[in-house]
Write a protein that binds this ligand. Sequence first.
Ligand code: ZN
Length: 476
Amino acid sequence: MAYIQFLGAAGTVTGSKHLINTGDVSGKTGFQALVDCGLFQGQKDWRERNWRDTPVPAKEIDAVILTHAHLDHCGWIPRLVKEGFRGPIYATQPTIDLCGIILPDSGHLQEEDADFYNKGKKSKHDPALPLYTFEEAQNSLQYFRPVRVGETAELSPELSFRFVRAAHILGSCMAEVSLRTNGQSKRLLFTGDIGRVLDHKVAPGKVVHWGPQEGEVADIVVMESTYGNRAHPKEDPLPELASLITATARRGGSVVVPAFAIERTQKFVFILKHLMESGAIPRLPVFCDSPMAIKAVEIFLKHDEEYSDETREMIRRYGSPLEWAGFTFASTPEESKKINAVLTPCVIISSSGMVTGGRILHHLAQRLPDPRNLVLFIGFQAPGTRGFAIKSKTEEVKIYGDYVTVRAQVAALEQFSDHADPPELLQWLRTFKNRPGRTYLVHGEPDASGQLRDLMTRELGWDVKVAEYLGKVEVG
Ligand SMILES: [Zn+2]
């Protein structure tokens, strides 16, 4: 019997990994494909699952279909390859380009974490090892295969798929999977993360113009539910953003923005430029601090085929951020450390977006104790992450083994989210041409998934369940 097994992002927002097994009439294992292969982040008991083997050996998995380049969807790929996977990894070209810088950077961070842990230990026996190294991440890139949006890729006689737009981030797609089993054809839709283009006027800096694809037909839907329990504010966030930055500069403070290094950072940089040019905020120095800073801008500018009109107009008007006066892109560790010496008002944008690691840590360690500063969140913070703790107004947070007191102002603007909220999801789901037999909600905290399940059952009459970690569901 063909089945789907949820190997991650079930009961949590990270670690997306869904196994499709096509089954086999002779009883042996069928063709096996993973949809997404993400890293668990956040709470320790979830992170520890990054160290467990997949329930089926990695070398028996035949292919990976990757929806997009966020680490919680792609960050376990180097580990899968390290464990013996040798099949193709199908993704769009922008996703492949983004993975080409994100995965090696993730490997580098894994090595740094292991080194840091080992330095603190007295015994050199039993040293901490990285989940994968920079080199192992680079090695995994050879298995990527580009697939165009809308093109059908045949993976095996039983399994094919097509990417359709998800409108989440650059290159992001949903996967429409066709599965032939027991003489029947079944259609499975894996949404990956769903963007909010239907409401783009309140999602400023939106890059991706198309999607989510309307008029879907599916027998089974596996759908994200990150924002299943709350609607995004509908007001334009730019006036509030401008007043937060201006007030911080007036009191002599700096603005620290934890943000995903690619796309979210570039979009935010264009918004800052726009606010400066229109006189809404003072012309403060802006530092984009990421080892991938310059390459990230280049990839962002290369894939203009995915931009909204608004984004295309901003790029036409302002050109490449690499050329702007007052904007600094810090690629090396030395350039990053130099920012610590800037004690006059500035804006620092650095990753990781949920403060789980990376250079944002040293900026926060330095600037959190000063009440003149502002820490501004523009992205989702998963429970268990430092970002979640700071956003929840914790009094102190542990960074590099020391407790840092939080005296800086903390603010969050939810409008920059790249995830659809319940009204936007319903608007999209109502365009389906059929009522899917079953829908499984993934990629949500239990309360978010549960509330979205109830809403969809009530409003659409669909059969909706919340996926369980390692749970198997039959197809056909
Ligand atoms: Zn995502």
